[in-house]
Design a protein. Structure first.
Length: 279
């Protein structure tokens, strides 16, 4: 029998479609008060309408919109039990946002990091669980603290996306390391290769999976992809998975060497705070 989540507030970014929308529906069906956040106003309103709640609209390509989102969440949610960092995507060529950052890095990593920082006191007071959608693609990534923006390194959509998802995984593990001081627990997961709109405009190997009929036969449905997020958000004891990485439902799946480097995690945190003007 599914866990009864009545009384629990769950914030899900990237909830306008795909696994975010599927997770929002299932968690609401289990009794949670779900706050769906999405970039597309029409799609996010449609999901929120199904749940009987008000949507929150924010495009993570704009850090001002992330700041506004944080303000609205603080006004709306006296308690946040679960924050699911699920927004993100991949783009085929290097684009720079209005904030001066590479778009894939910002939408997948920098914007969630900023949102986390702006909500920190509320999350800490709530003893919240943070769930980070990473990817097995993190194995293709490489963190260079001197060039997180890929301004000097050769751009490829897979390498840049993998680096952003590697940063997400490291971020989750550093959050977990700080749990004794903050009360906030964190876990990361890979949802599997899901047949959402993700990656359809990309090039190279990613496009072979998402952009061809043959590739799409290998993809999971959104409900299947959402299953790990729903499972983790429904746990009675989030601390039991604190700092772990799930490949779908399999705990402690292998991860890259950089993802397990605690010194790099601390340095990445400090570098990110400096980039975002938080330090």
């Amino acid at each position: 029998m599914p866990e009864d989540l009545t009384g629990k507030t769950v914030v899900i970014t990237g909830a306008s479609a795909g696994i975010g929308a599927a997770a929002a529906r299932e968690l609401a069906a289990r009794g949670a008060t779900v706050v769906p956040v999405g970039r597309s106003a029409d799609k996010t309103r449609a999901v929120a309408g199904e749940l009987g709640v008000e949507p929150l609209i924010a495009d993570f390509a704009s850090l001002d919109q992330v700041r506004s989102l944080a303000d609205r969440l603080l006004r709306r949610c006296p308690v946040i039990d679960v924050l699911a960092h699920n927004a993100g995507g991949v783009v085929p060529r290097r684009e720079v946002t209005e904030d001066g950052f590479e778009l894939t890095l910002q939408s997948n990593y920098l914007a969630p990091f900023l949102l986390q920082a702006l909500l920190h006191e509320r999350l800490s007071a709530s003893r919240a669980q943070v769930i980070v959608t990473s990817s097995m693609g993190h194995r293709f990534g490489r963190i260079s603290l001197a060039d997180l923006n890929f301004a000097r390194r050769r751009f490829s959509s897979l390498r840049v996306y993998g680096s952003a998802k590697l940063a997400d995984l490291i971020f989750a593990r550093e959050l977990a390391r700080r749990t004794p001081e903050t009360g906030i627990s964190a876990v990361a997961f890979h949802p599997g290769t899901v047949g959402s709109s993700f990656g359809r405009d990309s090039r190279g190997p990613v496009s072979l999976v998402y952009g061809t009929s043959a590739g799409r036969t290998l993809l999971l449905g959104n409900e299947q992809g959402a299953a790990p997020l729903v499972h983790l958000a429904s746990l009675a004891d989030p601390l039991s998975v604190n700092g772990r990485y799930f490949h779908r439902m399999r705990a402690d799946a292998p991860t890259s060497k950089q993802s397990r480097d605690p010194a790099l995690a601390r340095d990445l945190w400090d570098t990110t705070e400096a980039m975002l003007g938080l330090s």
